[in-house]
Design a protein around this ligand. Structure first.
Ligand SMILES: NC(=O)c1ccc[n+]([C@@H]2O[C@H](COP(=O)([O-])OP(=O)(O)OC[C@H]3O[C@@H](n4cnc5c(N)ncnc54)[C@H](OP(=O)(O)O)[C@@H]3O)[C@@H](O)[C@H]2O)c1
Length: 308
């Protein structure tokens, strides 16, 4: 049975753990000790410590490492750029180096925020130009992985507006559901567009890329671009929620600290060709999320919204 290590056990990491558990011996790791998942052996790690990362990877000796850990709050990254570069950038280098030492496949999750959003439907070889400290720090992470060169096997999977049935903390979709279901009006930007991605769909795709031994950069995201506002409205339709509580606003009205790309949607044709299947569109993703959501145990209080 293959051994895999999933670093970062938030929305995406927990989903990858769930996807691989059963078929593999799964190890999970995160700085947050409350995030242990059933079906995996959990380790506590702060990836900014090169020694801690090296000790973890050499003790587990996995065939593959899925690196999902990050500072994902875009405005927090803008406030503390040094920390963002350390966690999302330099620490990714520690993980890449450790993978090379034990000859493990590395899958690093990156973001559409490495682009400036002037064009939309970005392809893998479009030149990056991040607008925010978050985007810059993730691009540094990509550079650290690419330094591995041809000798080692790695994938950079760029994704966008991640959402899923995860209750330990808010994601874009679960925040909308909780607010609207509780009758609270929300304001959602109508002039920021991305490729909303169900975490479960992304998890299945990266697991499959690993199984097929794919290497290089892949956009791995929902196949249909949408503005955050359109996504929120369609979510209300699928979940039977009152869409009149969702008001469209322009980015300027929110006074967010970090600049966001206007249209950072991703062209997913390369990954679809590699996998021989389609990524989910908005409706397909939301319908699947509703199925998963209905199976969750009753709501516990989720910590404050995080967002990337
Ligand atoms: N969310 C999105 O919309 C989105 C879009 C595109 C790409 N991505 C990328 O997708 C990946 C997964 O995102 P996600 O939404 O699953 O994020 P998430 O839920 O915030 O999970 C990331 C996990 O990494 C942990 N972490 C932070 N600093 C760490 C450190 N120094 N050492 C070890 N663990 C650390 C976080 O712990 P704390 O919470 O305690 O900091 C968190 O549990 C990230 O790489 C992100 O950049 C996300």
């Amino acid at each position: 049975m293959d051994k895999v290590l999933v670093i970062g056990a938030g929305l995406l990491g927990s989903c990858i753990i769930g996807k691989l558990a059963g078929g593999c011996e799964v190890h999970g790791a995160d700085v947050d000790t409350s995030l242990g998942e059933p079906g995996c052996e959990f380790h506590t790690v702060d990836i900014t410590s090169r020694r801690a990362v090296s000790d973890l990877v050499t003790s587990v000796r996995p065939a593959a490492v899925f690196h999902t850990a990050a500072l994902t709050n875009v405005d927090r990254c803008e406030r503390d750029k040094t920390m963002a570069l350390r966690v999302n950038g330099t620490a990714t280098g520690h993980i890449a180096l450790a993978c090379a030492k034990v000859d493990a496949y590395l899958c690093f999750i990156s973001t559409d925020y490495i682009f400036d959003g002037k064009k939309g439907m970005y392809r893998e070889d479009d030149p990056p130009r991040p607008l925010s400290a978050y985007g810059e720090s993730k691009l540094l992470g990509e550079t650290e992985v690419r330094c591995l060169g041809d000798r080692w096997k790695w994938v950079i999977a760029r994704s966008s507006i991640l959402y899923g049935a995860f209750r330990k903390r808010y994601n874009f979709a679960s925040w909308i559901i909780d607010e609207v279901r509780n009758g609270r009006p929300i304001r959602v930007v109508a002039d920021q567009r991305g490729s909303p991605t169900l975490a479960e769909d992304l998890s299945g795709a990266v697991a499959e890329l690993w199984r097929r031994g794919a290497t290089g950069i892949y956009n791995v995201a929902g196949r249909e671009p949408a503005s955050r506002y359109d996504f929120a409205v369609r979510l209300c339709e699928v979940f039977g929620l009152d869409r009149s509580l969702v008001t469209p606003v322009r980015t300027g009205e929110l006074r967010q600290r970090a600049q966001r790309p206007e249209d950072s949607s991703l062209d997913v044709s390369k990954v679809e060709r590699a996998l021989g299947r389609r990524m989910l569109d908005v409706r397909g993703g939301l319908e699947r999320m509703r199925e998963l959501w209905e199976r969750l145990p009753p709501q516990e209080a989720a910590p404050a919204p995080e967002e990337a």
